[in-house]
Ligand binder design. Structure first.
Ligand SMILES: Cc1ncc(COP(=O)(O)O)c(C=O)c1O
Length: 363
């Protein structure tokens, strides 16, 4: 499509073009119902089919059975920073937190209000440039759960695999790498993600929770903030974000039918990221990657140029080549190229080529 750019936004981020085209084709009348999906009741059979299909899509992709529930709720990932400790721990219990970047640090801040917290590892003093290995983690005696963020969107760090907490329920903020690679759900008690990076529009949060953990939610919690309310109501405790769920359903189908599932997608994502990291390494005196090599993210590639002037000029010239939304997060600066599932290989190749040209012209 002539006027679509390669959009490297960290989120809300690009969606697969085939999904957008299908949504466009169905916007005025979904199937034979004569109305938009946005205009029909969430209690209708038509929407119920979409909801079931979307939840099944998540189950299929994560390879989980009925021992996990899939809740499709609102409030973004930020609300989960509070809901998780509220539901999974009592005020007297301890929860272990791995503080590996801006997002897990914010989650810790909220957890402090709800329960006792134990910091298993903290990367603040290194400027969040690497992730811990299992030997680095200090575990508390009997934590109610252990919390980590699989992909730190701002600092561009991604755990190669989940940290090891044995039988302690592991909780994962997967907001920026959800459905980008297979996850070992048997090691997790709960995994959650806001939709607006890899699976759909903003306004939807996916919470996949092991059913036995639902028993921990106290009846004293406000209804909306109680995982059990959502589970008992089949994730329709209140009106769910119907349009966002419809798009997520299409994205799950796209991953299964067009990307060949999560193994294949993970491979593609790794190859895309390698193209950018190779460009950084080829011009090591000019570009400097934020993350240490072993912690590099396949979703958010964060790097710096020698000066603010060159950074600005990189962003402006890249935009002239239809490569947009490349400015780093304001707390880190530099460049951040977010290359989620929907970013085509051609977009990454184009950016890698631009990086070569820019370094050769200015280095
Ligand atoms: C890893 C991570 N966690 C949490 C959030 C917060 O998500 P929301 O804005 O949906 O609350 C973000 C948003 O960028 C994120 O990248």
């Amino acid at each position: 499509m002539a006027n679509r750019v390669f959009n490297f936004s960290a989120g809300p981020a690009g969606l697969p073009e085939s999904v957008l085209l299908q949504a466009q084709a169905e916007l005025l009348s979904y199937g034979d119902c004569g109305a938009s999906i946005m205009e029909i009741s969430h209690r209708s059979e038509t929407f119920k089919e979409i909801l079931d299909s979307a939840r099944n899509g998540i189950r299929t992709l994560l390879a989980v059975g009925d021992d996990f529930d899939v809740l499709l709720i609102q409030g973004g990932s930020r609300l989960q920073f509070s809901m998780i400790p509220m539901n999974l721990a009592s005020r007297e219990q301890t929860a272990d937190y791995v503080v590996s970047g801006a997002w897990s640090a914010k989650a810790l801040e909220e957890a402090h209000r709800e329960c006792d917290v134990h910091i298993s590892w903290n990367g603040t003093s290194d400027g969040f440039d690497r992730l811990p290995v299992n030997e680095d983690l200090l575990r508390s005696e009997k934590p109610a759960f252990a919390y980590y963020c699989s992909n730190e969107t701002i600092h561009g760090l991604q755990f190669p695999e989940a940290p090891d907490y044995g039988s302690v329920p592991l909780v994962c903020d997967a907001s920026s790498d959800f459905l980008s690679r297979p996850v070992d759900m048997q090691r997790h008690g709960l995994i959650y993600a806001c939709a607006q990076k890899n699976v759909g529009p903003a306004g939807l949060t996916v919470v996949v929770i092991r059913r036995d953990l639902l028993e921990r939610s106290s009846d004293d919690l406000p209804g909306y903030l109680n995982f059990k309310s959502h589970s008992t109501a089949n994730t329709m405790y209140n009106t769910p974000p119907t349009f966002a769920i419809y798009i997520m359903d299409l994205v799950c189908k796209w991953i299964i039918d067009e990307c060949g599932g999560l193994d294949s997608l993970a491979n593609t994502n790794r190859k895309k990221a390698e193209l950018l990291y190779s460009a950084i390494d080829r011009h090591a005196g000019f570009y400097s990657g934020h993350a240490q090599t072993a912690s590099r993210s396949n979703m958010n590639v964060v790097f710096k140029l020698p000066s603010d002037e060159l950074t600005q000029s990189f962003i402006e010239q890249a935009a002239d080549h239809s490569l947009t939304s490349l400015a780093g997060h304001r707390s880190v600066g530099g460049i951040r190229a977010s290359i989620y599932n929907a970013m085509p290989q051609a977009g990454v190749e184009s950016l890698a080529g631009f990086m070569d040209d820019f370094a050769n012209a200015n280095g």
